[in-house]
Design a protein around this ligand. Structure first.
Ligand code: DAS
Length: 356
C-alpha cells in the first residue's frame, strides 16, 4: 500500500485541495480517503478529554497511519480536501467536495471513496452526495464522536469500517453510505440523534446493516432514488439555491421568515410542531411570501420515525405549500437547495420530496 509520496495542491472552486500524488500499488481494492476535518481529525489535551478537544487538527496522512490494519482491506491513498469543523461547511464546500468525489468515481483505478467528516453536518453532506454524485461505486462518509487522543476513541474503528465497506463489492449500488458505531446507514436517512456519545447516529427506518470485523451484514436496501438513479448531477450544478430553516413554536412571530425573505431565499423550511404545523401568527406571512415566489416547505421539529402528511392540519393544496415527507429540516434544506436549481414549480418540488 502506498499512502503518501508527495503533496500537490489543486484549487477547485476556490477551495484549496491538497492531493497526494501517490499511485496505488498492490492487489487490493483501491480506496481514496478525502479528509475534510471534524472530530475524527480532532485532538484533545489529555486521554481523559473525550468531549473537550479541538476538531480538524490531524492531517489525512496521520489519520491513515493511525490505522495500520487498513493494508489488510484496501490500497489506500489520501487527499486533504478541507480541514474544518463541519458546523462551518458551506454550500461552496459541498459543491467542491461532490465534484471531487464525482471525478474520482470516474477513475478506473478507484474502487471506492471514503470521506472523513465532522459529525455535526455529516448527515447533510452524505445526503447531498447521495443526490448528485452519479456512481455505483461505494462512497462512505465517516466521522467520530471522540478525538483520536481520547481513551476509547471511536475514530480508528470507524475509519477501518468505512474503508472496508468502501472496498466491498456488495456495498456497490446502495447509494452513499455512513458507517458509525458498527452500523451502515444510508446517507439519506441517517442523522445525528445524540450530541455527546458514540452511539449518536440513527436512521428513523433503521440502518441498512452492520459491519463487524471487516464483514458487511445487510438487512435492508434504500427505498428512495439516489446516485445513478438521480435526476440531479453535480457536473451540472455550479451554485445551490439559497434555502433557510425557521424553527416553529407556539409563540412564533413572522420575524425570521421575513428576514430570510429579505435575503433572497428561494425556499424557507418550516421546522413545524408535530405534523409540521404552523402557528396562526405565522400563516399569513407564509401565504404572502409564497405569493412572492418563495417556496414554503413544511418539515417537522419532531425527530424521525414519521412523516409530514400533506393537507392534514394545513391546507397545502390551497396555500400551494410543499411537505418534506419524512425528511428532517436540515435534510429538507439540502434537497430543496438542489431541486431548486432545476425547477421552481411547487408540484414538481413535491414530487421530488416524495421520490428522494
Ligand atoms: N464540531 C464537530 C464537527 O466538526 C466535531 C465533530 O463531531 O466532528 O462536526
Amino acid at each position: 500500500m502506498k499512502t503518501m509520496t508527495s503533496l500537490r495542491t489543486l484549487a477547485l472552486g476556490g477551495v484549496l485541495i491538497a492531493s497526494c500524488a501517490a499511485a496505488f500499488a498492490g492487489d487490493k481494492p483501491n480506496v481514496v480517503i478525502l479528509a475534510t476535518g471534524g472530530t475524527i481529525a480532532g485532538a484533545g489535551a489529555s486521554v481523559a478529554n473525550s468531549a473537550t478537544y479541538q476538531a480538524a487538527k490531524v492531517p489525512v496522512d496521520k489519520l491513515i497511519a493511525s490505522v495500520p490494519e487498513l493494508v489488510n482491506v484496501a490500497d489506500v491513498r489520501g487527499e486533504q480536501v478541507f480541514q474544518v469543523a463541519s458546523e462551518s461547511l458551506t454550500n461552496e464546500n459541498l459543491l467542491a467536495l461532490a465534484k471531487r468525489v464525482a471525478a474520482l468515481s470516474r477513475q478506473a483505478d478507484v474502487d471506492g471513496i471514503v470521506i472523513t467528516h465532522g459529525t455535526d453536518t455529516l448527515e447533510e453532506t452524505a445526503y447531498f452526495l447521495n443526490l448528485v454524485v452519479h456512481t455505483n461505486k461505494p462512497v462512505v462518509v465517516v466521522g467520530s464522536m471522540r478525538p483520536g487522543t481520547a481513551m476509547s476513541a471511536d475514530g480508528t474503528l470507524n475509519l477501518y469500517n468505512a474503508v472496508s465497506v468502501a472496498a466491498s463489492k456488495d456495498a456497490a449500488g446502495k447509494g452513499v453510505l455512513v458507517t458509525m458505531n458498527d452500523e451502515i446507514h444510508t446517507g439519506r436517512d441517517v442523522s445525528k440523534a445524540v450530541n455527546i456519545k458514540t452511539e449518536a447516529f440513527k436512521s428513523p427506518w433503521g440502518p441498512l446493516g452492520m459491519i463487524v470485523e471487516g464483514k458487511n451484514y445487510w438487512f435492508r436496501n434504500p427505498a428512495k432514488r439516489h446516485t445513478n438513479q438521480s435526476e440531479f448531477d453535480i457536473d451540472k450544478i455550479e451554485k445551490l439555491a439559497p434555502v433557510e430553516i425557521a424553527y416553529g413554536n407556539g409563540n412564533a412571530t413572522p420575524t425570521a421568515y421575513r428576514a430570510f425573505a429579505g435575503t433572497g431565499v428561494k425556499a424557507i423550511i418550516h421546522a413545524g410542531t408535530g405534523n409540521g404545523s404552523v402557528s396562526n401568527a405565522v400563516v399569513p406571512t407564509l401565504q404572502e411570501l409564497r405569493g412572492k415566489g418563495i417556496q414554503i416547505i413544511r418539515s417537522s421539529r419532531v425527530v424521525g420515525g414519521g412523516f409530514v402528511l400533506r393537507n392534514a392540519e394545513q391546507p397545502d393544496d390551497k396555500y400551494d405549500w410543499v411537505v418534506s415527507h419524512d425528511l428532517n429540516p436540515q435534510k429538507a434544506r439540502i434537497l430543496a437547495s438542489v431541486a431548486l436549481t432545476k425547477t421552481q414549480d411547487s408540484k414538481e418540488l413535491q414530487r421530488v420530496f416524495m421520490e428522494y
